[in-house]
Every structure is written in structure tokens, then in C-alpha cells.
Design a protein. Structure first.
Length: 143
């Protein structure tokens, strides 16, 4: 089993991390904000896009998406009162502010999002558990 471990320290790195985290799913209750530690973590089931080419069976991996140096978190349409609600991550993007600070946006299917005000980009995506097979390939209606 090949475990993915990625780090992002700038906007280009964050795009690579976002590509590997696209279509990861998790529960709202597995999003943890620790303001005193300035970090946000999300436990997710990551779709292994890097292993999907030309296959009929696909893989998902248990993964942790971690953001450090987070000053504040705001949510929009993420139901914190429903910890078992499922979120599906569509993308992660960075909006620069007073360099190296800025905002990181985590955008979910259905219009939900998290906005992280950060001192700088310091993020990681790490597989932490076993992989399992799935027959479902994520698909998005672009219309």
C-alpha cells in the first residue's frame, strides 16, 4: 500500500494538494478546529485519483487534511449541529492577502464552504489508514 503524504507551503503546492483531495468525503463531526493551536484538521475518505486511470475498480484511503497557522475559521452552509452529516470536498483555493497571509477556502458539494484566515500557507494531506476498493468514480454535472 502506497500512502500519500503531501505538504503545501505556497499557492502552487496547495493546488497539487487540492487535486489529490478532490472528492474526499467525511463527516462534519470529523472537522476539528483548535483555535489555541491555530490548526484545523479534517478526517476524510480520499478518492485516489492518482490510481484511477484506466481502471474499473477504484480506491479510497483514510486521510487527514491539516492546516496550521490558522487565525480564524468561518463556515457557510456546513451544519455543525449535525456531526454525522457528510461533506464532499470539491476544491481548495487560496486568496492572497497581506503576504504571506491570506484566506484558504474549502468548497464542498451543495454550496457549503469553510474560510480559513491564515498567517501563511502551511497544509498537509496524509493517508493514515488502509485503502479499500470502490466501484464508484466521482462524477460532476458541469451544466
Amino acid at each position: 500500500m502506497d500512502n500519500l503524504k503531501l505538504a503545501a507551503l505556497d499557492a502552487d503546492d496547495l493546488k497539487v494538494l487540492a487535486a489529490h483531495a478532490q472528492d474526499a468525503v467525511g463527516k462534519v463531526g470529523d472537522i476539528v478546529w483548535r483555535p489555541k493551536e491555530k490548526r484545523l484538521t479534517l478526517e476524510l475518505n480520499r478518492f485516489a485519483w492518482e490510481k484511477s486511470s484506466g481502471k474499473k475498480a477504484f480506491e479510497r484511503h483514510r486521510a487527514v487534511l491539516h492546516f496550521a497557522r490558522v487565525l480564524a475559521v468561518q463556515s457557510h452552509l456546513v451544519r455543525r449541529e449535525a456531526p454525522d452529516a457528510v461533506v464532499s470536498l470539491l476544491t481548495i483555493r487560496f486568496e492572497p492577502g497581506n503576504a504571506p497571509a491570506g484566506r484558504i477556502f474549502l468548497e464542498f458539494a451543495g454550496g457549503g464552504s469553510l474560510r480559513l484566515d491564515v498567517e501563511c500557507i502551511e497544509a498537509s494531506l496524509s493517508d493514515v489508514g488502509g485503502a479499500w476498493e470502490t466501484q464508484s468514480l466521482p462524477d460532476h454535472d458541469l451544466a
